[in-house]
Design a protein around this ligand. Structure first.
Ligand SMILES: C[S@@+](CC[C@H](N)C(=O)[O-])C[C@H]1O[C@@H](n2cnc3c(N)ncnc32)[C@H](O)[C@@H]1O
Length: 246
């Protein structure tokens, strides 16, 4: 029997180092986003980039005006808001698109049903439904972050095509299910900057193993390798994965 510690998804993430162990499950994405933004900032001559691969893409990006990012699976917006706050700290014109139904997970597909654990099969339509686009928008406005974030409500299959057909430097895919992962990868993979990051929150998910199935299927035969990252001790859902686009 797999033991899963319940994460308080309503608590805002303290996104500044020193990171708190309480937020262990959410620190990797915030940390990698911070590194990506810090690398852009460093390229302005205020320090040394952390990764050479990011250095080249930072040079490219500084020739354009906006640095685009996206989160696929926003729920209550905690991670999205933490990332926007980081962008503001660095004074960079980052814009993050936050895509979600804002009414909970869609119906499980036949593939999802093959892999989902019992609790997910039972609770499917209730999961992540205790949110709304207006609730998240209010939080964004209360933090004066409107110029950094656009919420895009609806199913990915309808909303991805409405996003700018431009290059993205960071995408967090945190949508649990099989087909939604493929839809997001199909849209964003070719639109990533060289050196841009696609972060996979659910690659090691205990509840949603279909995320790994979709990611492995999409990445099969592609050059990029997955990096795996954990903050704190080994525990269910603590390890995350990401790729750096060639
Ligand atoms: C784990 S939650 C996201 C958590 C969030 N990133 C955070 O930091 O708290 C997963 C979200 O993915 C969304 N989602 C899953 N499949 C979707 C789809 N096909 N279209 C839109 N949203 C989807 C769900 O509505 C749910 O809110």
């Amino acid at each position: 029997m797999i033991m899963v510690k319940k994460l308080d998804t309503t608590a805002p993430i303290i996104h500044q180092p020193p990171y708190q162990i309480t937020y262990a499950e959410r620190i990797p994405v915030v940390h990698i986003f911070r590194n990506a933004v810090a690398s852009l900032y460093s390229n302005k001559g205020k320090g040394k980039p952390l990764y050479n691969s990011l250095c080249n893409f930072a040079e490219l990006l500084f020739q354009s005006r906006n640095y685009l990012a996206a989160e696929c699976g926003v729920y209550k917006g905690n991670c999205l808001i933490a990332c926007a706050e980081i962008a503001r700290e660095y004074g960079l014109p980052v814009h993050i698109y936050g895509l979600d139904t804002f009414s909970g997970l869609p119906e499980l597909s036949e593939t999802d049903k093959l892999y989902a654990i019992k609790t997910v099969l039972k609770k499917n339509s209730e999961m992540f439904s205790d949110t709304s686009v207006s609730e998240v928008q209010q939080k964004i406005e209360a933090k004066d972050l409107s110029k950094y974030i656009s919420l895009v409500p609806g199913l990915f299959q309808d909303t991805l095509s409405t996003l700018p057909d431009k290059k993205y430097f960071f995408v967090n895919i945190d949508c649990d299910l099989y087909e939604p992962h493929l839809e997001c990868l199909e849209f964003f993979y070719s639109r990533m900057e060289s050196g841009g990051i696609i972060f996979f929150d659910d690659y090691h998910s205990v509840e949603f193993p279909m995320a790994k199935v979709a990611i492995d299927q999409f990445m099969d035969g592609r050059q990029e390798q997955l990096f795996h990252l954990r903050f704190g001790e080994e525990a269910a859902n603590h390890t995350k994965a990401f790729i750096v686009k060639y």
